[in-house]
Design a protein around this ligand. Structure first.
Ligand SMILES: [Ca+2]
Length: 519
């Protein structure tokens, strides 16, 4: 296992938590996800239909949360005695949570760095930075040439400037990398990358030609992993799809390694590998050698649920030491917060393949594909539930949290709901809790359909109540007596010894830190 900042932090957490791990798991909460992966909606496919990813006429789509922005606590951020000012004064090492600055330009990200640092993020994920296809967001997922960094989000100089400025603030930059396929140019056989206009513009020769691609056919049988690896991602209606690279070719591997080395030279400290399900598992150890992965955090995208875990995720977990976006957990969270779900299903989900293990998980509540691809929108959480789920992934001890902040409708996305989420003050407070309690174990104090209470070490705990009525607990919760600051509503409470009383208001969450931790 390759040690880096992220896994070292996770190891600390594991070492501290092994005495407690999930020992209060209810024994019979099996709730396997069904295999609903009939069509992978990874990417919009047709460059000739730029409205495709943004096209929604679905009358059943009631999850468009544009009118319900992330709620923010009603506290004056300029109050010198308030929690936000306290967070700004306290320096907490070991920050690891990732903010995905989706579809922001490199210059916009650079301008946002002070706020991103203040919000307690350790890393920024940027959209794929190679030369790519067209203006809409999904164009970034259709590479034209790996040698050139230039496009709607900025050029190489702007990327270098942003990465250097982030590094000066102790923030890593993670690049999304698209290595499975090249851009859909509307042809099965005229496979010449980059197209002539770009060779002329950048005064470069060819990079890939027809022999670097597999036979052109669209993926149709999602139950056959080899078919999914060898076929093209297509958009239907005669779309020719995304030309699929012969990944096991020495030449293609060399091109990819040159690209990854270039990104490292720019200062990139992590790679999020797109569309891993469509790539040979044997490719990864050949490309991601010790030299390439030295000092970087590598994680991949495999869209899977508990029902498809063994088929789609397990081979890559075995063949690599990469972490992965925790899609199984996102599905478990969506179910747990649903009207017929139970929050207690979040406990022990890893044992039911409803979550990745602690050391392989990049945890998230929403990512860029969920709101921007029609087929994923059913996975959007109710806006209040989403805030509660963020309390869960930033409160618990497992995984590296990944938070989605996006541009909005004016920039071609479907929603404004996640616009500037990195500025949300409740996320800043949840990051602060996450950073303060890093390396401490977790103990489940209470779990039920409606609520969770989980302690972190002996001086911190968080609560979630997804239901519509307040929940009063009165029992020996095992919490240290003393004064606690609740971060989200910015209140102070006294916790007695012996029987302890706790009220969790309806549809809300709380994150408590003992005042010993706030000095
Ligand atoms: Ca492939």
């Amino acid at each position: 296992m390759k040690l880096n900042k992220y896994l070292i932090v996770a190891l600390l957490t594991m070492a501290a938590s092994c005495r407690h791990d999930e020992r209060k798991i209810p024994p019979s909460l099996e709730n396997p996800q069904q295999n609903n992966d009939g069509i992978d909606k990874d990417k919009p496919k047709d460059p000739n239909d730029p409205n495709d990813p943004n096209d929604s006429n679905d009358p059943n789509d009631t999850n468009d949360g544009n009118k319900e922005p992330l709620p923010t606590p009603v506290v004056d951020p300029d109050n010198p005695n308030g929690i936000d000012a306290l967070i700004d004064r306290l320096q907490v090492p070991g920050k690891d949570s990732i903010v995905h600055m989706f579809n922001y330009t490199f210059e916009e990200i650079e301008a946002s760095l002070p706020q991103i640092a203040s919000a307690g993020f350790g890393a920024i994920q940027i959209s794929p930075p190679q030369l790519s296809n067209g203006g809409p967001w999904w164009g970034r997922y259709q590479p034209l040439d790996y040698r050139i960094i230039d496009g709607p989000l900025g050029n190489e100089t702007q990327l270098r400037n942003m990465v250097a400025a982030a590094d000066a603030l102790g923030i890593d930059v993670i690049a999304d990398v698209v290595l499975n396929h090249m851009a859909n140019m509307g042809s099965n056989f005229d496979l010449s990358y980059p197209p002539q206009e770009f060779r002329s513009k950048y005064k470069i020769g060819g990079l890939f030609s027809r022999n670097d691609f597999k036979s052109p056919y669209c993926i149709s049988n999602w139950n056959d992993p080899q078919h999914v690896i060898d076929g093209r991602l297509c958009g239907g209606d005669g779309d020719s799809g995304l030309p699929d690279l012969v990944l096991m070719s020495d030449y293609v591997i060399g091109v990819h390694q040159t690209y990854l080395r270039k990104l490292k030279d720019i200062g990139i400290k992590g790679f999020r590998v797109d569309a891993v399900k469509h790539m040979e598992k044997e490719y990864f150890p050949r490309v991601f050698t010790d030299e390439i992965t030295e000092g970087v955090f590598v994680f991949g995208e495999v869209i899977a649920t508990a029902g498809t875990f063994d088929r789609d995720l397990e081979p890559y977990l075995r063949a690599t030491d990469m972490a992965f976006m925790d899609f199984p957990l996102q599905a478990t969270i969506k179910d747990a917060f649903g009207p017929s779900g139970s929050l207690s299903n979040l406990i022990g989900a890893v044992n039911r393949k409803g979550a990745l293990s602690w050391d392989r998980a990049v945890t998230f509540v929403v990512n860029h594909d969920i709101p921007n691809n029609e087929g994923f929108r059913s996975q959007i959480l109710d806006p209040i539930d989403e805030t509660l789920a963020y309390t869960y992934i930033l409160g618990r001890s497992y995984g590296v949290p990944h938070i989605y902040s996006a541009k909005g409708k004016a920039d071609g996305l479907r929603d404004d709901r996640w616009k500037f989420a990195h500025l949300d003050s409740s996320l800043k407070r949840k990051n602060f809790f996450h950073n303060v309690v890093h390396g401490t174990g977790q103990t489940v104090i209470h779990s039920s359909n409606c609520a969770l209470v989980i302690s972190r070490g002996d001086k911190a705990f968080f609560t979630i109540n997804k239901c519509g009525e307040d929940l009063d607990l009165s029992q020996n919760l095992g919490l240290n007596a003393g004064t606690y600051r609740e971060l989200l509503a910015d209140q102070t409470i006294e916790m007695s010894s012996g029987e302890q009383k706790l009220t969790i208001p309806a549809r809300s969450s709380q994150m408590f830190l003992h005042t010993d931790l706030l000095k």
